[in-house]
Design a protein around this ligand. Sequence first.
Ligand code: LLP
Length: 423
Amino acid sequence: MHHFSYKGGVLHAEDVSLAQLADEVGTPFYCYSTATLERHYRVLAEAFEGQSALICYAMKANSNQAVIKTLARLGAGMDVVSEGEMRRALAAGVPPDKIIFAGAGKTRAEVAFALETGILGFNVESEPELRMLSEEAVRSGKTARIALRVNPDVDARTHAKISTGKAENKFGIPYAQAPRLYAEARALPGIQATGIHMHIGSQITDLEPFRNAFKLMHALAEALIRDGHKLEHLDIGGGLGVPYRSEGEVAPPPTAYAAVVKETLGDLGLKLIMEPGRMIVGNAGVLVSRVVYAKEGVDKTFTVVDAAMNDLIRPTLYEAHHEIWPVAEDKLSMPPVVQDIVGPVCETGDYMALERSLPPFEAGDLLAVMTAGAYGAVMASTYNTRLLVPEVLVRGQDACVIRPRPTYADLIGLDRLPDWLAS
Ligand code: LLP
């Protein structure tokens, strides 16, 4: 469910015309819908009503301060994976005691900053990290509340590049080693092990992998409690997928997911933390682009648009499917043409869609790449010296540019010439 729809023949974000925004902001740009963001957060929170749960939005999916503040106002905490994300969360007014810090390679400086900030907790991914965290906690006179991220070795049945819970993935502590590491954590100064963390992957559209992982989490929690560990919470990760295709793809509703959590973990009476990203922002955003050329190849039609792989890398990096909607609704009544929607970047992998049956496009037409709110703008780069794509947030009839397009002077001015090239 999202709030992008045709009104008066033009695709709108809530009550704002994307055609009008394109004229005002220029293309390409990302556009997010507040109503969609808020709805997704609320539906998830309601699914967990009656269970003690904190939703820590995984801001890696979309970390614009306006987006995270929208969610924080509804009560969301944040799951951060770097000092940069932590600083953004703080800048957006997220209380430190609602921030959890995850990530496989936290540096000493990042850990020191997090301790000084007084965050809710750390999800620890390795034995050396645990020891380093203990040293830093002692040095700063603080206690670090931790969960060990345990790798359950379950197959999330998702794309290989976004599967994280198999033994061969770099993430977490092997399941069999967890009891030994919890014992070590108990003995270490400055460490208080209060939880267990698992995250098995992203864009998971099947509840079975979650069920399997949560059953293992339950068994581990019971064993740890039996050993005298004072567990307070279970961090069940993120990863619930969203439908990217308008037909033939179903993602389980949050209520079904919450039911699995309750069934597998509910009897432990522990507080839940979850870290959803994509299911909150995925279909709350679109990438709007203008057609530059309609080009006939030998036996292919190419629609060359002004958005490229540097703006949205998901199609080429994960073979991801994003629906393409024309901004002008009347295009939908024209006989479709099989075509590739490609960008201007000098790579064959620069495309938004391949061999797609879509309306015939002409230069100047606008189109929207749907479900681009998660892992879109945050993964954008300036490859080919293209300007970082701007972001717009809509609420009802209002729209605000929440990240402006930089200027060429901003971008090129970041370079520095060494003395020997100065003249
Ligand atoms: N927690 C941890 C520890 C994670 O590694 C991730 C995502 C999440 C939570 C949030 O997962 P979500 O609810 O969004 O599925 N760039 C890829 C996705 C990478 C996901 C990385 N980790 C994509 O565009 O599909």
